[in-house]
Design a protein around this ligand. Structure first.
Ligand code: ZN
Length: 126
């Protein structure tokens, strides 16, 4: 992870950065027309294409983040008591950035999980 935030928030951040990057490219391409006239139109077209690709990728990331968040585990953060979502076995709280884990070996405290029944089953059988 590049930033100290939860995985879902990080996906959203990358989506936002790519959208801004795509828009920036398209604006720079349009500026090419103003600077170089007819020749600038080719530059503008190239920048438009790259800008569109960047925006499409960001839409893909947003969609992916949305899909992932439906499979994420809902739980109440033991630190700030807010309901948060986590991806995989270890993730950070969306609000207070505390590192949370479902792995009993890495956990320092046991907290019941709301909707992940398999995790509860595992705790019961152990
Ligand atoms: Zn928290």
């Amino acid at each position: 992870m590049f930033f100290k935030s939860s995985k879902i928030n990080e996906f959203r951040l990358w989506g936002l950065l790519l959208t801004l990057f795509g828009m920036g490219l398209m604006i720079m391409g349009t500026a090419g027309i103003l600077l170089w006239g007819q020749a600038g139109k080719i530059v503008a077209a190239i920048f438009m294409v790259f800008g569109m690709i960047s925006m499409l990728v960001s839409v893909g990331i947003y969609f992916w983040a949305g899909m992932l968040s439906t499979t994420a585990t809902m739980l109440q953060c033991p630190e700030c008591a807010k309901p948060t979502k986590m991806l995989g076995k270890t993730d950070r709280c969306m609000f207070c950035k505390t590192i949370l884990t479902l792995d009993p070996d890495k956990a320092t405290e046991q907290v019941p999980v709301m909707n992940d029944s398999s995790a509860i089953d595992r705790k019961l059988t152990n």
